[in-house]
Design a protein around this ligand. Structure first.
Ligand code: COS
Length: 383
């Protein structure tokens, strides 16, 4: 159920203040140390950020998709690495349990995820299965009261802090496609799970990814998400549908932040005896960034509202992710151009955002995967 207007406004303004007063002043520190300080993580817990989308009966705020997007836009106005601290608990790590979990699974895990006591990671991608997620090779073979897991998951966000993995693995080795895949909730402390080295990334320092290797890891049969095998791929796709709207909201927030910074710089920086914002070629860049970020805001809020109303917005979520992630790339590129040499060096953090936003066009489905989902949906409607 949606929050009443006053509660929603309070939530948005407390997040806006937290971003402005606590996160923005620490952007450089996080980037340099590759770590979000513990006191900030604790404040995120106290603000309820880990439980934004977990239903209130399990200790979260139970935000609607529209509310989540509004929150994402505010959270986007600082380094995306901050969002990653709780992003998997809000999105892809927890939503499988929220949408498809049995009551006992919800009761056990969701309150811990809502407080941030446990961090959840989403383990789908593998060395040989990125965009072609349905070809994954990790196996979960039934053996008495247990499943035995073997395989490697790659680039798993927050794996180094995870208390649980929402894991997609093949329960039917004879079915090489989507129908052979099941989803599991795996306790990360079980024997047979090891982590790879943290990857060195292009951007978003402070957010971590690494391999997760399962070697004869035995999990109880009760760890199957829901109660039926073979439903894991569809569950993952539905989790990603929601995740794609979440990421789109973040992209809009980052674009709005970079536009604001660019406008302030253009109003202050002087060349040829006047502020650079008076030059029409600079104005053109600012106008393009405003137009595009406004378009992104409108489309993601529209798709979110229609999802809340019960519509299937799977293809629209892909339209949003495709447009917003490409859009923020262009906005970041223009921001560097408006700042000129000052944008290329690290003083203003613009080059850091330029690197940070690059991943938005890749994770939770590349732009090319979004195009494929969108086009298939169009063609399905005429066949
Ligand atoms: N919601 C519900 N069901 C869905 C779905 C969705 N969004 N998308 C696909 N399905 C279902 C299909 O309806 C189909 O079901 P049936 O077999 O009953 O017909 C099944 O899942 C298989 O779908 P499809 O045939 O479309 O699968 P493909 O192998 O062609 O793959 C893509 C589809 C490429 C879209 C998918 O693999 C994908 O999204 N890849 C990117 C993965 C990704 O985002 N990775 C990032 C990891 S998290 S950072």
């Amino acid at each position: 159920m949606a929050l009443d207007q006053e509660t929603r406004d309070q939530l948005i303004s407390s997040i806006e203040r937290f971003v402005r007063e606590r996160l923005r002043p620490n952007e450089e520190l996080v980037s340099e140390t590759d770590t979000v300080p513990d006191d900030i993580v604790q404040e995120m817990r106290e603000l309820g950020l880990f439980g934004l989308t977990i239903p209130p009966e399990y200790g979260g705020l139970g935000l609607t998709m529209e509310e989540e997007v509004l929150v994402c836009i505010e959270l986007g106005k600082t380094s995306p690495a901050f969002r990653s601290v709780f992003g998997t608990n809000v999105g892809i790590g927890s939503q499988g349990i929220v949408m498809f979990g049995r009551e006992d699974q919800k009761e056990y895990w969701l309150p811990k995820l809502a407080t941030g006591e446990v961090v959840a990671s989403f383990a789908l991608t593998e060395p040989e299965a990125g965009s072609d997620a349905a070809s994954l090779r990790t196996t979960a073979i039934a053996d008495g009261d247990e499943y035995v897991i073997n395989g490697t998951k790659r680039y798993i966000t927050n794996a180094n802090k995870a208390g649980l993995f929402t894991l997609m693995a093949r329960t039917d080795p004879d079915n090489k496609g989507a129908g052979g895949i099941s989803a599991f909730i795996v306790d990360a402390s079980l024997p047979g799970i090891t982590l790879g080295k943290p990857e060195k990334k292009m951007g978003q320092q402070g957010a971590h990814i690494c391999d997760v290797v399962f070697e004869d890891c035995r999990i109880p049969k009760s760890a199957l998400l829901g109660s039926e095998e073979g439903k894991g791929f569809k569950a993952a796709m539905q989790v990603l549908d929601r995740g794609r709207l979440h990421i789109s909201g973040i992209c809009v927030g980052v674009a709005e932040r970079l536009l604001q910074d660019s406008v302030e710089y253009a109003a202050e920086r002087k060349q040829f005896g006047q502020r650079i914002g008076d030059f029409q070629l600079v104005q053109g860049m600012l106008a393009d960034s405003r137009t595009e970020s406004y378009a992104g805001r409108c489309m993601v809020l529209d798709a979110a509202k229609r999802r809340d109303a019960g519509e299937n917005v799977s293809a629209d979520a892909s339209c949003c992710k495709y447009f917003c992630s490409e859009m923020v790339g262009r906005v970041a590129d223009r921001a560097v151009q408006v700042y000129g040499g000052a944008g290329y060096v690290s003083d203003y953090g613009v080059e850091r955002f330029y690197r940070d936003v690059r991943i938005f066009r890749i994770y939770e489905g590349t732009s090319q995967v979004q195009q494929l989902v969108i086009a298939r949906d169009l063609l399905r409607s005429v066949s």
